[in-house]
Write a protein that binds this ligand. Structure first.
Ligand SMILES: Cc1cc2nc3c(=O)[nH]c(=O)nc-3n(C[C@H](O)[C@H](O)[C@H](O)COP(=O)(O)O)c2cc1C
Length: 197
């Protein structure tokens, strides 16, 4: 490779793109589309979402101390984009997108999105002002998975979910599996069995 130096920026790619739902006891539920999101800890399970202070959702999450990360599939993608270009200050985004809020057990106000294939409900553990964005570190307190994505053994089949990622201004579907955790050292018969699926 011959590298050209460029000024630092948010090149990391692909990122997830998720719909973060939130509410307070007095404010209607809202949805914000977030690409600056990531897993940050396994035990306890935690993730982060970074949100600009001028977003309507910012103060809702700050005040309620909770939010729900809803995964996005192909069917939800148009609504996901719409929730990223319209503000809850002017629009009821659940109605605008034809989505239904679902109460989440253990949270006081933030609902999940009924049409999402899976959600991760979070309580805010830390709030960090980083500059352009505020990073909310959330502990995942409960998750919901669409039942048709789970097999009899309780294993989640994410291939069925049709999840979408984000890369530099564009949304992209996931392709067929190209490998699996540890395939570089797996025995040939394991590779054959796992890659046939
Ligand atoms: C693909 C995509 C990714 C986005 N990622 C973020 C993000 O990570 N953080 C953020 O603050 N805004 C992000 N936005 C912008 C907000 O979703 C957008 O400003 C939204 O209208 C804010 O809604 P609200 O004012 O109802 O909170 C993203 C928008 C799109 C379309």
């Amino acid at each position: 490779m011959t590298f050209i130096s460029v000024k630092p920026g948010t090149l990391l790619s692909p990122t997830p793109v998720v719909m973060v739902s939130c509410a307070t006891v007095t404010q209607r539920p809202n949805i914000i589309t977030v690409a600056w999101a990531g897993t940050v800890n396994s035990d306890p399970p935690m993730l982060s979402v970074s949100i600009r202070p001028d977003r309507h959702s910012h103060d809702i999450i700050r005040d309620s101390g909770e939010f729900v990360v809803n995964l996005v599939n192909r069917e939800l993608l148009k609504a996901c984009d719409l929730c990223g270009v319209r503000s809850g200050r002017e629009y009821d985004k659940f109605s605008l997108c034809g989505l239904a809020p679902v109460p989440v057990s253990g949270l006081s106000s933030a609902p999940a999105i009924a049409q999402s294939p899976a959600y991760l409900a979070c309580r805010v553990k830390e709030t960090l002002s980083l500059g352009s964005h505020t990073m909310f570190l959330g502990e995942i307190v409960i998750m919901g998975i669409e039942e048709t994505l789970m097999d009899a053994a309780g294993k989640i089949d994410f291939h069925k979910a049709g999840l979408v990622a984000y890369s530099h201004g564009e949304y992209a579907g996931l392709t067929e599996p190209l490998g699996f955790f540890g395939f570089s050292v797996a025995r040939p018969e394991v590779i054959r069995r796992r890659m046939r699926k």
